[in-house]
Design a protein around this ligand. Structure first.
Ligand code: CTP
Length: 434
């Protein structure tokens, strides 16, 4: 007879898998059949298991195979229309199915960190090794898909931590081995409303004091910063990073105040409006958040803070230029009562990032000006074109630009309302058409 708790665990797992969308269930079914046929153990692992327990949708499925994961992935990819990218060095493969569904397949592995913050060496391992190398208990659970008899593997207490709301690493060296986990943890804490366990807080404090963040390459550091900004509410994760002393450890001047957090919310609202209206191309939101963050520190240390966030070279220069442009535009727009043509001129030349930031910057007058530009001015065009000017006998040259600008100005100021008005205007001021 089966042990009752085991039976109960199986029921739990069936319930969990039953929460997957139909198509993902089908895929798990195919993965099981293939696992049985090839006689390898296959597990659904990490993020998708956590998300199933939390009843959240997970875009991608992650499978771990104990054995030759690549051969398994190749067989799974045999279905027509599937694209597979294989990384032999890591024993992993990324599959994109015909209908866009994504599936990552990995060989179960063990990791060894030779230096703190270095990339790990990897070796084949058991499922336990593979779970133990992971960041948090909540990410270290697995569901066995094959062989049959599904089971939830929760070796480190992830389920309890999820219920009690704790983020906990699996061992004391975890943050030192991989300091990006501090950022990852802050994102999870914000996204799932968890908090670092008291032990984790202490571990984080210790590694920050050892300046372990400074050992990360700029690229790795900035990738984490960007992932924070890619969260649905990055200000929540940033607040946690600030509370845990991470921002200060990156740069002592990096202090984000309530105003900046509020501005991030406002940026999001502006971006959504912008996006809905489809008035102009919407820039990536993370970049606008980054501008808010940099604006919240004194101008003289901004470049240094940018560097300490992992930026450099042309991308950093571009942000600095935008911040200077922002100060100028804000000043101009705050004066109010700008002529329509002047407003159009200024905002046509501002980047989409800056228009959003101006809208979100708080001052009512500035916001109204941006609204006026977006809803009324940005799309105004004269009815006449360069072709028409040519037909009217204007000699081609730089005057075309000047004439078209005058027409645009007249349109925006409401003096010109129709093509006939424009033709009359040309005749009056430029002597053509005769
Ligand atoms: N992982 C880890 N340490 C890292 C990066 C990843 O332990 N520095 C493990 C975690 O177990 C994680 C899994 O690899 O669950 C997959 O990583 P990733 O796709 O980045 O995370 P998800 O959990 O899918 O989270 P997200 O929803 O943010 O993508």
């Amino acid at each position: 007879m089966r042990h009752p708790t085991r039976k109960r665990r199986q029921v739990l797992v069936q319930k969990l898998l039953g929460r997957l969308p139909h198509r993902q269930q089908e895929l798990i079914g195919a993965a099981r059949v293939l696992g049985n046929r090839r006689r390898v153990s296959v597990y659904l692992v990490g993020g998708p298991v956590r998300d199933l327990i939390l009843r959240r949708a997970s875009a991608d499925l992650d499978l771990t195979v104990v054995g030759d994961g690549i051969a398994y992935a190749k067989a799974l990819a045999a279905e027509p229309g599937t694209r597979a990218t294989i990384h032999p060095r890591f024993g992993t493969a990324a599959l994109i199915l015909r209908d866009g569904l994504r599936l990552d397949v990995a060989t179960a592995r063990r990791e060894r960190y030779v230096h703190p913050a270095a990339l790990p060496q990897v070796f084949p391992g058991t499922i336990r090794d593979d779970l133990f190398r992971r960041d948090f208990t909540i990410n270290a659970m697995a569901v066995r898909v094959a062989p049959k008899g599904e089971e939830l593997l929760d070796l480190f207490g992830g389920l309890t931590d999820l219920k009690r709301g704790f983020l906990r690493v699996l061992h004391d060296e975890s943050y030192r081995d991989d300091p990006t986990r501090i950022f990852r943890g802050s994102r999870y804490a914000a996204r799932y409303r968890l908090r670092f366990s008291p032990r984790d807080r202490r571990l984080i404090r210790n590694v920050l004091a050892e300046k372990v963040l400074q050992r990360l390459s700029r690229e790795r550091l900035f990738r984490e910063v960007k992932r924070v900004f890619d969260e649905a509410t990055p200000e929540a994760a940033l607040r946690i990073l600030q509370d845990r002393g991470v921002l200060k450890a990156l740069d002592p001047a990096l202090v984000v105040d309530q105003g900046a957090f509020a501005q991030m919310r406002s940026v999001r609202r502006a971006w959504q409006r912008y996006n809905r209206r489809g008035i102009s191309s919407t820039p990536p939101l993370w970049r606008v958040y980054l501008l808010v963050l940099l604006r919240s520190v004194p101008a003289r240390v901004r470049r240094r803070v940018g560097e300490h966030l992992g930026l450099k070279g042309p991308p950093l220069d571009a942000l600095m230029t935008e911040l200077r442009d922002f100060a100028f535009l804000q000043e101009q727009l705050e004066e109010g009562s700008l002529r329509a043509s002047r407003l159009r001129y200024l905002l046509d030349r501002a980047s989409a990032d800056l228009r959003i930031l101006l809208w979100a910057s708080g001052a009512r007058r500035v916001r109204h000006s941006v609204e006026r530009y977006l809803t009324r001015l940005a799309s105004v065009r004269p009815a006449l074109t360069g072709q028409d000017l040519k037909k009217f006998g204007f000699p081609p040259g730089p005057t075309y630009r000047r004439i078209l600008d005058r027409l645009l100005e007249g349109r925006m100021e409401g003096r010109l309302k129709s093509r006939e008005d424009e033709v009359a205007f040309l005749r009056r001021h430029f002597g053509r058409p005769r």
